[in-house]
Design a protein around this ligand. Structure first.
Ligand SMILES: Nc1ncnc2c1ncn2[C@@H]1O[C@H](COP(=O)(O)OP(=O)(O)OP(=O)(O)O)[C@@H](O)[C@H]1O
Length: 249
């Protein structure tokens, strides 16, 4: 696999503090981890352990209070807000639980939106490949409201991939989907890693979804505490059971 050992993203001693004074919460509390290129990584952990906060800091959607995030060789803390927004547009893909499609744009227009905003031509071959992979060739002129949840999420995945981002960040991408639609999203993300060498990072609560990943990292209290390689759903469930005994959550 191309560049599998090189880090796509590195977090070093990340802290993210919300609130002030007595109301302070350390959502991230010295979190360090490396995500290799060309891997599919799941981030898991109990509710409130900092998974979404970590994803947002790694993806340049939020700024850490201290510590370092490197996307490739770029230190995100050194970028202005405008530079960070360019970086999100040019180098990162997002898939959210709530799909986040623009209701007044067709499926086709939603997919090409990041390229259109960046005034870049869409690679027609890439577009055709991705649309075929999500099986949506005959739905491209539909609006989001005319599509099922699973179809909307497939469009959101296509949008995230079309610009060939360095990393795709997905925050519970199957959280709103039934099991069949979830499978097709996971199949698509898996193939984009295996066939195209894409790097994908996904927050999930679902052991079955996480078992499709190459690696699962576990957060507790804002820190990475453990990981599994090539995990099975049973191993992940066992980890979740043990974590309640070890950390009380
Ligand atoms: N904008 C915010 N303001 C204040 N506190 C916040 C904010 N965002 C997150 N937190 C707090 O930070 C901690 C971590 O939140 P986060 O959403 O990252 O956890 P999570 O692991 O993704 O949780 P869940 O699995 O429930 O989605 C929680 O205690 C949360 O209440």
């Amino acid at each position: 696999m191309v560049g599998r050992d090189r880090a796509a993203v590195r977090a070093i001693g990340l802290e993210r503090i919300f609130g002030i004074g007595e109301a302070q919460v350390a959502a991230l509390d010295g979190c360090s981890l490396e995500l290799a290129q060309g891997e599919f990584t799941a981030i898991m952990g109990p509710s409130g352990s900092g998974k979404s906060t970590l994803l947002h800091c790694l993806a340049g959607l939020d700024r850490q209070s201290s510590g370092t995030v490197l996307l490739g060789e770029t230190d995100l803390a050194e970028l202005s807000d405008n530079q960070l927004s360019d970086l999100r547009r040019d180098r990162i893909g997002f898939v959210f639980q709530s799909f986040n499609l623009i209701p007044t744009l067709t499926a086709r227009e939603n997919i090409t939106l990041p390229a259109d905003i960046g005034r870049r031509a869409v690679d027609e071959q890439r577009f055709a490949e991705i649309v075929a992979a999500i099986g949506m060739e005959d739905r491209l002129e539909h609006f989001p409201s005319q599509l099922s949840g699973g179809q909307q999420q497939r469009i959101a995945c296509a949008r995230a991939l079309v610009t060939r981002p360095e990393v795709i960040f997905a925050d519970e991408p199957t959280g709103n989907l039934d099991s069949r639609a979830s499978q097709s999203i996971l199949d698509f993300l898996r193939r984009s890693v295996d066939v195209h060498g894409q790097t994908v990072v996904m927050v999930t609560h679902d052991p079955l979804a996480a078992s499709r990943c190459d690696r699962v990292v576990f957060l507790v209290d804002g820190r990475m505490v453990d990981e599994l390689r090539d995990p099975t759903a049973e191993q992940i469930l066992e980890w979740m059971r043990t974590s309640v005994e070890t950390w009380g959550r």
